[in-house]
Design a protein around this ligand. Structure first.
Ligand SMILES: [Zn+2]
Length: 293
């Protein structure tokens, strides 16, 4: 499957919510919209064309190492060139730091689970050069955090869909009996096609741990991408990324529901205005990165 996803990473200045340090970090300024042909895996995440794209969703403070979704760092008007830069950390490791920051700051296990799963997906987005060891560690971390989150009865949200995700994580970890038991618990409230749940349970039964790409039909059913935004002319336009384009829709909604603002339009426009004074950005597409590496 040919992936035509384009994205654009820019530098921006932000303020650390923990220690108030101002620093420059990469952020995902643009990502082409999801279409039925976008690669989406059965654990309900859109495969991004480069780990840098997902890593740009989190920021790490160079002063106190606090790491969290970039949207929780307020933008600052300083030109990114003039402030210290975020530490250079390997893309997927930023998510491990974020899980640690979450534990230190008392964030809920579900918030940490979302970050752990993004770390897992980021580790996989290295493609052929993905480290099996790193992927396995993130699978275990995702299991720990998501299992802890689901053990807490106090929160509301699409618990059935998270049960499905935990089942998928168990399957990929080779814990087939647990996976099958969890797939059995997934009900209609998950809002997932029965076909998908049965397909993944069948793979667990066959003791198959491999990640699975969804068919365009399943992508259509689960994500219902808007037809008009699949047109190349709009893909080329530089527009701010919406959380649903970068994150998986359900997870993005969950973050919003949990009070973690994902980059809002008005905020993003402010950033764009500030950056007009300092047009330092790098246009990155999957093709240029493949050529460079
Ligand atoms: Zn800080």
């Amino acid at each position: 499957m040919q992936d035509h996803t384009k994205f654009n990473i820019k530098m921006m200045s932000v303020i650390c919510p923990q220690c108030s340090a101002v620093f420059a970090t990469q952020h995902l300024a643009y990502m082409s919209s999801i279409t039925v042909d976008s690669p989406v895996e059965a654990d309900l995440h859109r495969v991004l064309p480069h780990p840098a794209a997902r890593a740009a969703l989190v920021a790490m403070c160079p002063n106190c190492i606090y790491t969290w979704w970039i949207s929780s760092f307020a933008p600052h008007h300083f030109v990114p060139d003039l402030v210290p830069e975020a530490p250079e950390v390997e893309f997927s490791k930023k998510f491990a730091h974020a899980v640690l920051s979450g534990r230190n700051s008392g964030a809920h296990a579900l918030d940490r689970a979302l970050l752990a799963m993004n770390g897992l997906w980021c580790a996989r987005e290295y493609g052929d050069s993905a480290s099996a060891d790193t992927v396995h560690k993130f699978l275990e971390l995702s299991y720990t955090e998501l299992h802890t989150a689901l053990s807490d009865e106090a929160w509301e949200g699409n618990r059935s869909r998270y049960t499905y995700l935990l089942a998928e994580i168990c399957r990929q970890l080779g814990q087939f009996a647990s996976a099958l038991e969890l797939f059995r618990q997934v009900d209609r409230k998950a809002l997932l096609p029965r076909e998908l749940i049965d397909q993944q349970a069948a793979l667990a039964l066959m003791q198959d741990v491999r990640p699975v790409l969804l068919t365009p039909q399943l992508v259509e059913q689960i994500f219902r991408p808007k037809k008009e935004i699949a047109q190349p002319v709009i893909e080329e336009a530089v527009e701010e990324v919406t959380p649903e384009q970068a994150l998986e829709e359900g997870l993005a909604e969950e973050l919003k529901a949990r009070g973690i603002p994902i980059m809002q339009k008005p905020q993003a426009q402010d950033i764009q205005q500030n950056q007009q004074q300092a047009p330092t950005f790098t246009r990155v597409t999957s093709s240029t990165i493949r050529q460079a590496s």
